[in-house]
Design a protein around this ligand. Sequence first.
Ligand SMILES: [Zn+2]
Length: 484
Amino acid sequence: MADSDTKETKVKITPRAEDFPRWYTDVIAAAEMADYSPVKGCMVIRPWGYAIWETVQSTLDGMLKASGHQNAYFPLFIPESFLKREAEHVEGFSPELAVVTHAGGKKLEEPLVVRPTSETIIYDSFSHWIHSWRDLPLLINQWGNVVRWEMRTRLFLRTTEFLWQEGHTAHATHEEAEQEVLSILDKYRRLAEETMAIPVIPGVKSDSEKFAGARRTHAIEALMQDGKALQCGTSHDLGQNFSRVFGVKFLDAEGKEEYAWQTSWGVSTRLIGALIMVHGDDKGIVLPPNIAPLKVVFVPIWKNDAQRGELTAAASKMAEDLRAAGISSRVDDRDLRPAWRYYEWERKGVPLRIEIGPRDMEQSQVTMVRRDAEGKIAAPQAGIAATVGRMLGEIQKGMYEKARKFRDDNTFTVSDSKKFAEILTGKGGFVRAPWCGSAACEAKIKEETKGTIRVIPADAASHPGKCVACGEPAAMSPLFAVAY
Ligand SMILES: [Zn+2]
């Protein structure tokens, strides 16, 4: 096997306990998910990483279409003057803008901004599309890329260019817009929890953390294995801030002119960073079956060519049965030692490996190995699709439960400011603590502990107390954490 041995390159993954950021970078490389590019801060998404993103896309796209949203596409470039029209919006984004000043060999009359988000250019279109209350609600989604010039980048978590979807809607009343914001947030929660097995906490952002130009920002937050939080999706109530600036108006049923109430919302390739940091282990990434591009891999283990043919044929037949049942699977019959084939799929996080050797064949069985657990399980070849289907369901559920237990075990309710700082500057986690509502206290907390308000959850008001920053009465306890 001299030829094939050259492919068996050694892959090193730093243990999580030794250096978590290093581990993160190592598993992405080991799973062949993404690379840094020649352009600083930009990312090359390799096929395995992109296949995961495609599952995110198809899952969410299905949910959005079911609720009447339509996909459209708007330009990558935005006239600079558009961005300047909404004061808060431009202030929030201007440090991160990439601007095109020259094109076609000439200096442009007006510089073009490479979109950091598309509110302004999309609402210019909305102002032409919307005339009467009959045109509402307008429910638009765009799948695309955006550019935000980042100083410190990390694959999937923060890159200069990233992929996302951005939804933009217009409604006749504020109530309808608020309903939309919450219904989208719930779709994001389902995507995270049901598809990616990532437990999340929904809530409202504080004013200092809200989207630039929004009236109110809702978000879902998840806890990573290193005790830091990651924002996994946001949904904004824009009020009439943009409709007034861009003239998104309609005639109501009485013929009176009104400004539309708007929302915008998005999730990005950041979700893949969350997936890695919530489920990964020291052997690589671990994919929940519902998001895995490949759910099952068969590894035939032969000693000679005759066996190789027989085992591969049996595995191929079973793989076909799985595919007929809607379970993606493949047979890895590459001329590599079995252990090398195991490691590769382990690093890539494939939920279930099915080994088949001569002894399995004699007994009409297979040997299954779950990626999320130790040990081997023998199962009959007959009825393989039903057995595998059941097991994938167990893996999905088990991974969610495990992540939720970790999250719950690392969520603390404190009233003492010393204890509060101790957790945030120490092992981390979510900390529910009283806050008086002042931006000054929020800033002080951030300076002293690096902790920020991740969300104000629905039950925040049921935990009043004394502000952990100033000691004054606090009507609620938001959720704090150090965040990515
Ligand atoms: Zn305070």
